[in-house]
Design a protein around this ligand. Structure first.
Ligand code: ATP
Length: 585
């Protein structure tokens, strides 16, 4: 397929605000495109060039991209700069200069635009892989030659792919809907595709298997080492009695709940790789955990699910979540590993010696985990109690709090206790002290807008517009204005922090009323942890708004940034609705 045809599909998707229309355009694309390159189309639609966990990102900075546009178009960088400012997007800037190609690139200019999807993909991969001395020039040159050989529409999307700012608003689930409609006849048949995606975390691979081997191929897809699974998540309730009712089994295991970073470890012989909650590879950040896993697991190959927690080995004390976030770094890794030591607490085993354990029930997985991991202070198995008595669970919960833990995660020991990758199920329920009393558990909201600061806040933002994620509709819905809880430092840094997400107009897939129109819009990118005291009806917010009034948070206060969460991992609209109903009950 010519890249020009794919670019036309992107344009159509960008222009529609209806999710159903978007799915049907994608379905047309998946039907038309050759099965050999359908994976590329799936990656491009979600703004990537490979599966997330492979860590192949083009990630060209704006400066370098501008230089490439200038090179390809034979104009000055300053001209590109001012056009970009005028149009608000470097992709559109690149498109504007179409027709002014540099003579250096005449060779690459065939008649018309003949770039294929594969050529663009290979070019972007080559940019991502270029390293070492002279690589910056090499990257610029490759991008410039792609741009020189493309028309205006193609330029727009090549530049956006290079910058990592595709932002068509097509989330993974929407792409899966498009695939289901194209190959299975209806988006309502997405379920097996979603399962395949949850165990492989590779949207391109799912598309390719579906196109080449149909539903049978999808059903044969298995867990594999070095391909992270989307983590299973926990529900929450407002009382222990509800917990006992909802969990779906008489015997419950209450496990210690640690406040750290979710880490999935894949051990394959003498190599171990680690993946974050967002499925990025974080092996390089935690050489200590790699060593623990090598030293303390007996299996030849294994996938473990667990939490890395900042820990003082001498005092035997845990540190809160924010501390371990300082281990997110590319440089000075060893120094920080010493400064902020971690304990790796494992609570599940998903694969062992060539076999998936996902369909095994929790009690069997837990036994297997205990046989596989030799516990030490560095790597331990989550402590727990199993009981069918509420009092025993409550007693253990209190004990956990006394030891400085966050609470417990209660797990079903019954027939519903297989590991469901990517799902938030009732067979896991988190229980923290705050759940019972009021809404003082935190929410994770996406920053989508800001209001100019006045007075003491001149020069920064006065408040931020926050949104929940409506999973069913794949849109972000506004739920509050956030103006308090910031430290001076966070407040001062807001403009810098949010700069790369800033855009001139409301991005696609955001639902907001005119009444709360912000001064600045942001692409959904940054997630903040927010504390609030109550959920109320709101005439202006769109969270669960059905043409009538939506829901909003009262007195929201900023707590922390949540770099370990992507916008689609934010608190969902339906979670807010459940919390509102519980609060009103
Ligand atoms: P979520 O992961 O549910 O979206 P979150 O990241 O904001 O939410 P919490 O709501 O505090 O975190 O709790 C869930 C998280 O608790 C899990 O994702 C996991 O990282 C962590 N956790 C700690 N201990 C355990 C345990 N024993 N079993 C399962 N998860 C645990």
């Amino acid at each position: 397929m010519k890249f020009e045809v794919l670019a036309q599909y992107f344009e159509k998707i960008e222009e529609t605000s209806s999710r159903n229309k978007m799915i049907s355009i994608m379905s047309d694309l998946f039907t038309e495109i050759d099965e050999e390159i359908i994976d590329i189309a799936a990656y491009f639609l979600t703004g990537d060039i490979a599966a997330d966990y492979r860590d192949v990102k083009v990630g060209l900075g704006e400066e370098m991209t501008k230089a490439s546009v200038a090179m390809a178009s034979n104009v000055d960088e300053s001209e590109v700069e001012s056009k970009m400012k005028e149009l608000g997007d470097l992709g559109d800037g690149a498109a504007y200069f179409y027709g002014r190609r540099h003579e250096l690139y005449q060779d690459e200019l065939k008649t018309g635009t003949n770039l294929t999807v594969d050529e663009v993909h290979q070019g972007l991969i080559a940019i991502a892989n270029a390293s070492g001395s002279g690589s910056q020039e090499e990257k610029k040159r490759i991008l410039a030659s792609l741009l020189a050989a493309s028309n205006d529409l193609e330029r727009r999307y090549i530049v956006r792919l290079a910058l990592g700012t595709m932002r068509l608003g097509a989330g993974d689930m929407t792409v899966l809907d498009g695939l289901a409609e194209a190959f299975l006849g209806s988006k309502d048949k997405r379920e097996p595709l979603e399962h395949a995606y949850n165990v492989s975390s590779d949207i391109g691979h799912v598309a390719e298997v579906l196109a080449k081997s149909g539903l049978d191929g999808i059903k044969r897809m298995r867990v594999a080492i070095n391909r992270p699974l989307r983590p299973m998540l926990a529900q929450r309730v407002d009382s222990l009695t509800t917990l006992m009712e909802k969990i779906g089994s008489e015997v419950i295991a209450a496990e210690e709940k640690y406040d750290g970073e979710r880490i999935q470890a894949h051990k394959d012989g003498d190599k171990t790789r680690l993946y974050s909650r967002r499925l990025n590879e974080v092996t390089g950040q935690f050489p200590d955990i790699v060593q623990y896993v090598q030293d303390h697991t007996s299996a030849e190959s294994v996938i473990l699910d667990g939490e890395a927690v900042a820990y003082d080995f001498e005092k035997e004390e845990y540190y809160p979540f924010q501390r371990i976030m300082n281990r997110r770094r590319k440089y000075d890794v060893e120094e920080y590993a010493e400064k902020i030591p971690v304990q790796y607490v494992v609570f599940d085993i998903l694969y062992k010696n060539g076999k998936s354990l996902l369909t095994k029930l929790y009690p069997e997985r837990r036994n297997n985990l205990e046989r596989t991991v030799n516990e030490t202070a560095k790597m331990k198995i989550a402590g727990r109690v199993t009981s069918s008595k509420l009092e025993a669970i409550d007693e253990f919960f209190q004990e956990c709090l006394d030891r400085g833990l966050e609470g417990v995660v209660c797990k079903s020991c019954g027939d519903n206790s297989r590991y469901r990758a990517g799902a938030r199920e009732w067979s896991w329920i988190k229980w923290k002290p705050s759940y019972a009393s009021d809404l003082s558990d935190t929410l994770d909201l996406v920053i989508i807008g800001a209001y100019a600061g006045k007075g003491a806040r001149a020069g920064t933002y006065g408040s931020l517009l926050c949104a929940t994620y409506n999973k069913e509709e794949a849109v972000f819905e506004t739920v509050c204005k956030l103006g308090s809880g910031f430290t001076d430092e966070v407040l001062e840094n807001l403009p810098d922090k949010l700069e790369d997400a800033k855009t001139d107009s409301r991005p696609a897939r955001i639902s907001a009323t005119k009444d709360i129109e912000p001064d600045y819009w942001f692409y959904p990118k940054y997630v903040a942890e927010i504390l609030s005291s109550e959920i109320t009806k709101s005439p202006v917010h769109t969270c669960d708004g059905d043409g009538d009034r939506g829901l909003s948070l009262r007195f929201p206060r900023f707590q922390n940034w949540r770099p370990d969460k992507s916008p689609t991992d934010a608190t969902t609209t339906s979670e807010i609705v459940t919390m509102y109903e519980n609060q009103e009950a």
